[in-house]
Design a binder for this molecule. Structure first.
Ligand code: SAH
Length: 634
């Protein structure tokens, strides 16, 4: 079963040549991540005699591993070895280039107890993948980078969730200043400021002072730091610039490229900050323009003249109007694209904060001896284009202790850019968080806001984990978020959604008292906030009558006290007074309380919103502290 939390690393190559245990570990990971598992021909032959079924799932290489690695080196974003670290170091040494290009290199010991982030920790993603593999295997991650031990986000990956592009600067020097805990100034002129919440205020001062030993710019501007060698400076470029282009039919790719480059250079703007290109719809098949977009990996947004002519622009042209039916192509389409982009993401913004987006008016670029002419205008959106589809993980974290969360759910939490949940549950999974992550905890009553916020962020391209206690699909957030997605005309694909199941309270509670759910059972929530009491009452009656073992969620709150009394009354009509009842509060948490009592006496015990009750069926009996429902074997 593929776990989409690993899809950010696609593709992963797994390499193991030593023993079957290693093969099993790697095969398990391959299953979850969808990568390729490579084994040597010798190994495959040796084990094929044992008819090891795992061998059907592997790819076999014929050359030496050293030669094989050289051929596959560029095919993978991450390579995971189950080999001696020394051997891996020797194998990869001749292939390593630099931090920006090398794949993530990870080594797992053949027992599967340790996972080492060997190379490409930040930009290669090895630190994160190491953590996620370790969570998946229940192993210890070994991450030796400085920012990891300081619990600070890596500055060279800070903008990755938002699709920002790394610009020029003294990155290594700046990172050294961060590692030495110097004060760093962050000057942000564009893009999301969500990253702030994950940083200690005291560390990254906003603005300048004498103690500042490094500067991080977050901006669409192109800055040249060569004159200021003393303090290391770096720049991230959020993709906020929409380039409106008008051109004559048949204009070459080169001329369009040149027009963009020269306009950006003239206005000190970074081409890395380009979100996309916009034009009029009749240019949707303009070859040169399409090539520019393809080569630069930019989306092309087109608008009909009927829309463009409604956009107020500084430099309208009557000639253009006569030709194509709108007085402006470049300016109007740049503005329209920026606004459209922001407005689709409006939930993230206060609409009235939207400024007029045009930052460069129409420029006409021609080249002697070259046919055609290009007009360029640039508008800036409030929200950056991340260039990736968002993901929503709907995660059940189980009843409350870390060892009761599935490994897959842990990888989803550790792998997300943003984790959203009710504050109590956020606290329970604290230890899984990374310093780069944005954690948003909201009060218990704000389920709808939590769901909307998650969808808005995922629509922008972020990976968002929404957590619920127990199972997220049982009185949890999963159903709400899916309903909200549907209301937003979700196509079922983007954002991509995966539900990560968890141990629900009824299972957790049952496990602490024995086996009360051994026969047909049901769950009923007594909360009448979203369900009319009449419906709840009917279901209690039906469950009692049908002799279902019944788990009661949300049994009693401070204000809502009678429902549990009525429930008892209903059950007493159909079941004996000594029917065993389990009342368990905060199961698998530090303040766990377990009571096994009877239907008749159940209300003599403390019951609140952290409690789940299980009422046995007519055959359920207690034995000491245990509660057993016969399946019928004996
Ligand atoms: N999605 C959750 C249920 C949320 S509804 C799940 O699958 O478990 C909230 C109710 O769940 C609480 O009122 C309580 O009845 C129950 N509950 C949640 N966590 C619990 C715990 N640790 N111990 C006992 N009951 C719990």
């Amino acid at each position: 079963m593929l776990n989409i939390a690993f899809s950010q690393f696609q593709t992963i190559g797994f390499i193991g040549i030593t023993h079957t245990k290693a093969l099993q570990i790697l095969h398990n990971l391959q299953n979850h991540t969808g990568g390729t598992l490579w084994v040597s021909r010798d190994y495959a032959q040796k084990y094929s005699q044992e008819q090891n079924p795992l061998l059907e799932k592997v790819e076999v290489y014929n050359s030496s591993l050293k030669e094989h690695l050289a051929t596959i080196w560029k095919d993978y974003n991450a390579l995971v070895f189950c080999l001696a670290t020394g051997a891996v170091v020797r194998l990869i040494a001749p292939l390593l280039k630099d931090k920006a290009h090398d794949p993530a290199i990870i080594v797992i010991d053949p027992e599967g107890s340790f996972v080492i982030s060997l190379c490409g920790g930040h930009q290669g993603g090895a630190d994160l993948l190491t953590k996620m593999i370790a969570l998946q295997l229940g192993a210890t991650p070994i991450i030796t980078g400085a920012s990891s031990s300081l619990s600070l986000p890596g500055i060279d990956i800070l903008g990755r969730p938002y699709g920002w592009v790394k610009g020029q600067g003294s990155w290594t020097k700046l990172m050294a200043k961060v590692a030495n805990q110097n004060e760093i100034a962050v000057i942000q002129e564009a893009g999301s400021d969500l990253w702030r919440s994950s940083l200690p205020e005291s560390f990254f001062k906003n603005g300048e002072n004498d103690r500042v030993r490094g500067k991080i710019w977050i901006s669409a501007k192109q800055r040249d730091f060569s004159d200021e060698p003393v303090i290391p400076q770096v720049q991230w470029h959020p993709r906020v610039l929409w380039v409106g282009i008008g051109c004559e039919r048949g204009t070459s790719r080169e001329l369009i490229d040149q027009a963009i480059e020269s306009t950006f250079a003239k206005h000190d703007l970074a081409v890395e900050a380009i979100a996309g290109v916009a034009t009029i719809d009749i240019k949707a098949d303009e070859k040169g323009l399409l090539k520019v977009c393809r080569d630069r990996n930019l989306p092309l947004q087109t608008f009909p003249a009927s829309i463009l002519k409604k956009v107020a622009v500084p430099t309208p042209s009557t000639v253009v109007n006569q030709e194509v039916g709108t007085p402006s192509v470049a300016e109007a389409s740049a503005i329209a694209a920026a606004k459209l982009f922001d407005e689709q993401n409006i939930k993230l913004l206060e609409p009235e904060t939207l400024p007029l987006p045009l930052i460069v008016k129409k420029q006409i670029v021609k080249q002697e001896q070259q046919p055609g002419a290009v007009t360029v205008a640039i508008a800036q959106s409030e929200i950056e284009y991340t260039g990736k589809p968002g993901k929503l993980y709907l995660v059940g974290i189980g009843p409350g202790s870390l060892d009761q969360i599935t490994p897959a759910a842990k990888t989803a939490i550790a792998g997300a850019d943003v984790v959203i949940g009710y504050s109590l549950y956020i606290d329970l999974v604290q230890s899984l968080f990374r310093p780069e992550q944005v954690i948003e905890s909201l009060p218990i009553t704000q389920e709808k806001q939590r769901g909307e916020r998650a969808i808005a962020l995922a629509s922008q391209g972020l990976t968002v984990a929404v957590i619920s206690s127990g199972d997220c699909g049982i009185y949890g957030m999963a159903g709400l978020v899916l309903e909200q997605l549907k209301l937003n005309n979700w196509d079922g694909k983007t954002p991509q959604v995966q539900v990560f199941p968890g141990i629900s309270a009824l299972q957790a509670v049952a496990s602490r008292v024995g086996a009360p759910l051994m026969h047909d059972f049901c769950a009923i929530s007594l909360s009448d906030l979203l369900t009319p009491w009449e419906v709840i009452r009917k279901r209690l009656e039906a469950a009692a009558m049908a002799d279902f073992v019944t788990s009661i969620y949300n049994p009693r709150s401070q204000k809502r006290v009678e429902q549990i009394e009525k429930a008892q009354e209903i059950f007493l009509q159909y079941r004996k007074p000594d029917t065993p009842v389990a009342i368990v509060r905060s199961v698998y948490r530090d303040d766990e309380q377990i009571i096994v009592t009877s239907l008749e006496k159940m209300l003599d015990n403390p019951i609140d919103m952290l409690t789940t009750i299980i009422i046995g069926n007519s055959n359920t009996y207690s034995h000491g502290d245990w509660m057993i429902t016969p399946r019928g074997y004996l």
